[in-house]
Design a protein around this ligand. Sequence first.
Ligand code: SF4
Length: 224
Amino acid sequence: MQTEGTMYRPPVEANTFVFQVAAGCTHNKCKFCTMFRDKKFHLIKEDVLRSNLAEVKEYYGRYGLKLERIFLDDGDVFSLSADKLENIINLIREYFPELKEITMYAAVRNLKHKSNEDLLRLKDLGVNDLYIGYECGLDDCLMFMNKGHNTEESIRQADRLNQVGIRHHALLIIGMAGKGRAEESGMAAARLVNKIKPGIVLLTTLSVFDDSDLKQEIINNNFT
Ligand code: SF4
């Protein structure tokens, strides 16, 4: 398998085949995140996709396994247009016609660029279980962290997914509001979850990585 850099997937997808189709993140600006700082967002070339798929097909065939679910990596595959996503899914189905569900990370901001027709088409292609970094229910924190969306937008886009019938799961960061705001942040997160109605809520605690913009904000006394 040819892959680029570190790859990530939600813990609940531990048994799903993770397939890198687009490296990096188009946004790459969240202050707490260093996952893709070393990558510029780009599609993986088709010959590499085909070679990796052929290798996996041979492996699955050897053990009589079926590939019915796949997680598309890296962190921002859903930023691709519905046409590009359809091409990638069709390519995977050339090798794995039994494929039923295609899952990936998604961002509120890239949902805005998809029409309801796009979402319905993707649902029909098998796209489901989008893992969305809603992160926090407080707008000032989302803005401080450069998240690229606010809670109103989160609710609007989650509502569109719920109407179309694409399951989505909420990634939330405990501690993102900083010291002294735990209760306020917890209540805001609860209000957000009640409105967006995700399938699963996945919690993580805020980590401060040395090479993150957040570390610099802490050094500058802008965040505790
Ligand atoms: S948290 Fe998500 S959207 Fe933000 S920079 Fe990291 S991968 Fe990109």
